[in-house]
Write a protein of this length. Structure first.
Length: 492
C-alpha cells in the first residue's frame, strides 16, 4: 500500500480522541464550578472582584482574541493565499500600546464595570446607551460568524449535522458561562490558550514529518509557489493586503476590537490595578503573534502537503481544509487535540460581556434602578441564556453565506466598530462636550460605512473593505467634533 492510500485509511475518531475531549470538558465544568460558586453580586460575576493574576488575564485575552476564527479561519488563508495576513499584526501591536496608555487609564479612573460607562461619565447617558447598542450589534454578528466557523469545523470532524453542533455549543456555553461568570471564562481561557499552542505545534510537526524534504523541502516548494510573501509594498486602496493598508486597518481594527469592545476589554478590567491591566495588554503582543503565525504556517504546510499527495481528496470548501485534514489524515491523539482546540475556542463566547453590558448599561439605568444584587445576578444569568440562543440563530443564518469566514467577520465588524472607536477617541483625545450629537454621528457613520462596504462588494467603488472601519471612525469623530458646539448652544 502506497503512502497516499495509507493516509486515506486514517479516518474517524479513536477512543484516545474522545478521551482527550472528555478530559477537556470535565476540566471546563470543574473550573466553572469552583470559580463560580459563591457569587453574590454582579461585581464578582462580571469583574471577578478584580483579583485576576496578570498571566491568567494575558492568556485569557489571547484565547478570546484567537477564538475559533484563528483555529479554523486562518489556515485557509495560508492554504489559498500567502503570509501577508501577518502585516495586520504590525498595526495590531501598535494599537495595543495606544490602548494601554490612553484607554485603560480612563476606564480605571471611572471604575468602570463596562467601558460604555466611560461614555456616560464623559458625555452623557444617551451616548452610553448608543455605545452599548452598537456593541450588541457588532459583537452579536461577529461572534455569530465565529460560532458558525467552529460549528462547521466540529461538524466535519465529528460527522454531525451543523444544526446539532450549533445546539451543542449553545447549551454548553449557556450552562458553563451562566453559572461560572467571568472568573470561569478567565481561567478556562488560560487553559484554552495552552491547548491552542499544543494542538497547533502537533499539527505543524506532523505535517513537517510527512512532507518530502521536511521543513526545508516545504519551505522551497512554498517559496516557489509564492506562498511565503509577507510584505506587499504596492500602492492603492482596493487591495486590503497592501502593507500600508493592512497596518492602518490593523491599528483602527484592533483599537476598536480591544479598546471599545466589552468582550476583550472586560478581561483587562478584571485586573486589580491600572498598571497590571497595562502590563497584560502589552504582554498579549508577545503571546498572540506566535499562535497566529503558527496557524497561518499550518495553512502553508497544508498547501505543500496536498501538492505532494495529489491523490488525496480536497474539501469542497477551502474553509474546511483543517477540519478535512484532521478527519482524513491526522492520527489518533493529534486529531483529538485539534478537536479539543476548536471546541475550547468556541465555548469562550461573548455571553458574559453581552450580559454585563445589558445589565449595567441598559437594565439597571432604564428598567430597574433600585433592585437588589440577587435580582441583578439572576437577570445576568437569564440574559446569558437569551444571548446564547440569539447567537445560535445568527450562526445558523451564516451557514447560507459565502466567502472566507475570517474576512466575513472583519467586514461585519467594520460597519459598526468604526462608530464606536470614533466616539471613544472623541472622548479620550478632545475636551468636546456632546451627547445627542454623538448618537447621530454614530448612526450616520455606520450607515456610511455600510454603504461603502456595499459599493466595495459590488465592485462599484474601487476601495477595499478594510477601509470601512477607517471611514466610520473618521466620520464619527469629525461629526462629533464639528457638531458638538451646536448642541452646546441649543442646550443653553
Amino acid at each position: 500500500m502506497n503512502e497516499t492510500a495509507a493516509l486515506q485509511q486514517i479516518t474517524g475518531l479513536a477512543p484516545l480522541d474522545y478521551g482527550l475531549l472528555g478530559v477537556a470538558v470535565i476540566a471546563f465544568f470543574l473550573i466553572a464550578y469552583f470559580k463560580g460558586k459563591g457569587e453574590k453580586d454582579t461585581q464578582d460575576y462580571f469583574l471577578g472582584n478584580r483579583k485576576t493574576p496578570v498571566w491568567v488575564g494575558t492568556l485569557s485575552f489571547v484565547a478570546t482574541e484567537i477564538s475559533a476564527m484563528t483555529i479554523v479561519g486562518i489556515p485557509p488563508i495560508g492554504f489559498t493565499e500567502n503570509l501577508q495576513y501577518l502585516q495586520f499584526f504590525i498595526g495590531s501591536a501598535s494599537a495595543r500600546i495606544l490602548i494601554a496608555f490612553f484607554f485603560i487609564p480612563a476606564f480605571y479612573k471611572f471604575n468602570c464595570t463596562t467601558i460604555y460607562e466611560f461614555l456616560k461619565h464623559r458625555f452623557g447617558a444617551e451616548t452610553q446607551y448608543a455605545g452599548s447598542a452598537f456593541f450588541f450589534v457588532t459583537r452579536l454578528f461577529a461572534s455569530g460568524v465565529r460560532l458558525y466557523a467552529a460549528s462547521l469545523a466540529v461538524s466535519v470532524i465529528m460527522g454531525w449535522q451543523l444544526g446539532y453542533t450549533l445546539a451543542f455549543f449553545t447549551m454548553f456555553s449557556i450552562l458553563f458561562i451562566g453559572f461560572g461568570g467571568i472568573k470561569a471564562v478567565l481561567w478556562t481561557g488560560a487553559f484554552e490558550a495552552v491547548t491552542f499552542y499544543i494542538a497547533g505545534a502537533a499539527v505543524a510537526g506532523y505535517l513537517i514529518l510527512h512532507i518530502d524534504g521536511g521543513f526545508s523541502g516545504a519551505w522551497q516548494l512554498a517559496h516557489d509557489a509564492g506562498k511565503l510573501s509577507i510584505f506587499n509594498l504596492g500602492w492603492g486602496v482596493k487591495d486590503p493586503n497592501l502593507l500600508w493598508v493592512a497596518v492602518l486597518n490593523g491599528i483602527f481594527g484592533s483599537m476598536a476590537a480591544f479598546g471599545t469592545d466589552q468582550e476583550l476589554m472586560q478581561r483587562l478590567l478584571t485586573l486589580e490595578t491600572r498598571r497590571e491591566s497595562q502590563k497584560t495588554i502589552i504582554a498579549t503582543i508577545f503571546t498572540s503573534f506566535p499562535v497566529t503565525a503558527l496557524y497561518l504556517l499550518i495553512g502553508t504546510l497544508l498547501f505543500v502537503f496536498y501538492k505532494q499527495h495529489p491523490g488525496l481528496l480536497l474539501p469542497d470548501n477551502p474553509d474546511k481544509i483543517l477540519s478535512h485534514f484532521t478527519v482524513h489524515v491526522l492520527p489518533a491523539g493529534i486529531k483529538g487535540l485539534v478537536l479539543v482546540a476548536v471546541i475550547m475556542a468556541s465555548i469562550d463566547s461573548p455571553l458574559n460581556s453581552l450580559s454585563s453590558s445589558f445589565v449595567t448599561d441598559i437594565y439597571r439605568p432604564l428598567i430597574k434602578k433600585d433592585g437588589e444584587e440577587k435580582h441583578y445576578l439572576l437577570v445576568s444569568r437569564i440574559s446569558v441564556a437569551c444571548f446564547g440562543l440569539l447567537l445560535a440563530v445568527i450562526a445558523w443564518l451564516c451557514a447560507a453565506g459565502s466567502g472566507r469566514m475570517l474576512w466575513l467577520a472583519f467586514k461585519i465588524n467594520g460597519v459598526t466598530a468604526g462608530s464606536l472607536l470614533g466616539v471613544f477617541l472623541l472622548g479620550l483625545l478632545t475636551k468636546r462636550v456632546a451627547n445627542r450629537v454623538n448618537v447621530f454621528a454614530m448612526i450616520f457613520s455606520a450607515a456610511l460605512a455600510g454603504f461603502t462596504l456595499y459599493l466595495s462588494e459590488k465592485g462599484i467603488a474601487p476601495i477595499g473593505w478594510s477601509w470601512v472601519i477607517v471611514i466610520g471612525t473618521v466620520s464619527t469623530f469629525t461629526l462629533g467634533w464639528v457638531l458638538s458646539p451646536l448642541e452646546a448652544k441649543l442646550n443653553k
